[in-house]
Ligand binder design. Structure first.
Ligand SMILES: Nc1nc2c(ncn2[C@@H]2O[C@H](COP(=O)(O)OP(=O)(O)OP(=O)(O)O)[C@@H](O)[C@H]2O)c(=O)[nH]1
Ligand SMILES: [Mg+2]
Length: 358
């Protein structure tokens, strides 16, 4: 999964990126002039994978991963390009966008903009995503209209014009594209645009230590429209540099139950409807990510297209059954070992072995 951190300048995106990835990217109060995004790939620390590793002692253990991308701040500005060309390509490649909003005092911003207001900023940044899509749709519609005037009219161009007009209507009313119903055909026609407001959006409220836990009203206001989570950015960045038992003690002091990374991962999986299944054996224990509701053949495809093409059946049992029984033989004698077909709906925590022949 690829998660892009975006937000107004100085909202603490890089601070949170560091907290999530244990990186040490530069965090500044002034404009550093840096425009390249920071990138890091981190493991999803799923304790089930660690338990499976201890049971199977495989040669290799592979956790699911999340790519975090930390972008420079976006400016509020009518119709201005939201991101430069290369950054825009990266934003478009993200599965979800996390909007980081400031919930801490900053002398400069407080005097030039206003004191922190997380709900205001979340709406502003989200509005920029919608505006960016609107500009793209308008430009494309103008191009199509010009083509049509010159007699270059095809069934494809007419179909595209029709869908884009629907999108234009929604965006003009400040509705994100993820909220409108489209047919599969319509989706296919516009898939090349990779519209930003089609992406799932999470909001990270970045609180100071003083405000952490005391911003219920703001969290509720934002929560009405988005999946929302509160971080104590600077504090959690410092925690991420500590040894884990030391960090645990500090976290408890502030009432933080889990690391920033693990809380955000859970939220993102929920928001995107993602689940994990596992493959196990003496060579490799591995976590895979699919969508809730995906059938076994889709899970097979995630592993390798050959497994989907030559799918025979899935041998499966749940992680819970394995833990309860202690080992695979125990799972079998408890009657928890199942053979499933292509259409079997994979559940979170399933352990799968795909039988196939190509
Ligand atoms: N008090 C407090 N200060 C923070 C927090 N998070 C970030 N800051 C400060 O805010 C300033 C900007 O932080 P960055 O993480 O660089 O913000 P950014 O959003 O990446 O900034 P740009 O990339 O320049 O837009 C730095 O001085 C940070 O120390 C926080 O949770 N609490
Ligand atoms: Mg930054």
């Amino acid at each position: 999964m690829k998660l892009g951190l975006i937000g107004l300048p100085k909202s603490g995106k890089t601070t949170i990126f560091n907290a999530l990835t244990r990186s040490a990217a530069e965090v500044t109060d002034y404009d550093s002039g840096k425009v390249e995004p920071n990138l890091a790939v981190v493991d999803v620390d799923d304790p089930r994978v660690t338990t499976l590793r201890d049971m199977y002692t495989p040669k290799k253990t592979i956790y699911a991963t999340i790519d975090f991308i930390d972008f420079v701040g976006v400016d509020r500005g009518e119709g201005k390009e939201l991101f430069s060309g290369t950054a825009m390509n990266l934003v478009k490649s993200a599965d979800a966008l996390a909007i980081v909003v400031r919930n801490f005092a900053n002398d400069l911003l407080d005097s030039t903009i206003d004191p922190a207001d997380p709900a205001r900023d979340a709406i502003a940044v989200h509005g920029e995503l919608i505006l960016s899509d609107l500009v793209l749709v308008e430009t494309r519609l103008e191009r199509i209209a010009a083509d049509h005037q010159r007699g270059k009219k095809t069934p494809q161009s007419q179909a595209e014009e029709k869908v884009l007009t629907i999108l234009h209507e929604a965006l003009s009313q400040e509705k994100p594209l993820r909220s409108i119903d489209l047919t599969d055909d319509q989706r296919r026609i516009i898939s090349g645009f990779q519209f930003l407001s089609q992406k799932e959006v999470l909001v990270i409220v970045n609180s100071s230590e003083e405000s952490y836990g005391n911003s219920t009203a703001a969290l509720e206001a934002i929560g009405a429209d988005f999946s929302v989570i509160e971080f104590a950015g600077s504090f959690e960045m410092e925690l991420s540099q500590l040894e884990s038992d030391e960090a645990d003690a500090f976290m408890e002091d502030l009432g933080i139950s889990e690391s920033a990374r693990s809380r955000l991962t859970t939220l993102a999986y929920e928001a995107l409807g993602l689940i994990s299944f596992f493959t196990v054996g003496p060579d490799e224990v591995r976590a895979w990510t699919i969508h809730r509701g995906d059938p076994a053949v889709e899970a097979a495809r995630t592993i390798h297209s050959d497994l989907a093409r030559g799918f025979i059946r899935a041998e499966t049992f749940s992680y819970e059954a394995l833990i309860a029984a202690g080992n695979e033989a125990g799972v079998k004698s408890a009657g928890q070992f199942r053979l499933e077909g292509k259409e079997y709906e994979v559940r979170d925590g399933d352990i799968l072995n795909i039988r196939f022949s190509v």
